[in-house]
Design a protein. Structure first.
Length: 226
């Protein structure tokens, strides 16, 4: 009986191990190259898009000129198999990874709020000085001391606390920070909310941007690659 129980336990462990998926670190993926892993077994949904995006009657439409786009969406459960430079993906927002003509071309995700600082430091260490920074401001009393400290530590050169014309104390911070490396745009958006600092990163290739195949990046305004 003990031998049978032990065998059953070992079999169960082997089955669980076999079913466990490999963690995908988005920071280790190579953009402008074919994916070296099949995402069909990871994603919550897989959607095919034939064509690029054009503006139409206040919205947009897809116009097929031979473009082949595959969008892999990762919802709450499936996003646990993803990381960014070791940081967990926020399951509330999930993630999207997209290929264009079989090349990895786009990714968007938010990391867990408690790992924002490490993710910002990774980008700064990896890419150095940003190519562009859009500074925004927020009333200081809307943020906790912890969040203000995180903003200051993330980008001290862009952080500023002062009184505005209405005698309210406000905080300047880099809302959108961008790096362009090897024809790939890394676009970081920081969203300070009370006691947390949210980190959202979009990664898009020059080809996908200029061919307008990604919704949200289909207007080609202020091309960062020029």
């Amino acid at each position: 009986m003990k031998i049978k129980l032990l065998s059953s336990t070992l079999l169960l462990v082997m089955l669980i191990t076999a079913c466990k998926k490999e963690t995908i670190d988005i920071a280790q993926l190579t953009f402008n190259k074919p994916l070296d892993i099949d995402l069909n077994g990871y994603a919550s949904r897989v959607e095919n898009q034939n064509g690029h995006i054009e503006i139409s009657d206040g919205g947009f439409k897809t116009v097929d000129k031979g473009e082949k786009v595959v969008k892999y969406s990762f919802d709450e459960k499936e996003s646990t198999n993803l990381k960014f430079a070791g940081a967990a993906i926020n399951p509330s927002f999930g993630a999207v990874i997209t290929t264009y003509n079989n090349l990895l071309s786009f990714a968007t995700f938010t990391v867990s709020a408690d790992q924002t600082d490490s993710s910002v430091q990774y980008l700064k260490k990896t890419f150095g000085k940003p190519d562009s920074v859009a500074v925004n401001n927020i009333v200081a009393e809307a943020l906790s001391d912890k969040t203000k400290a995180m903003l200051k530590e993330s980008f001290p050169e862009y952080y500023k606390e002062y009184k505005n014309d209405f005698n309210s104390v406000v905080v300047d911070y880099p809302q959108v920070t961008s790096w362009v490396k090897n024809d790939v745009l890394y676009r970081l958006t920081l969203d300070p909310v009370n006691n947390s600092l949210n980190f959202k990163l979009d990664i898009i290739t020059k080809k996908a941007f200029e061919d307008a195949v990604i919704v949200g990046y289909h207007k080609n305004i202020d091309n960062p690659f020029k």
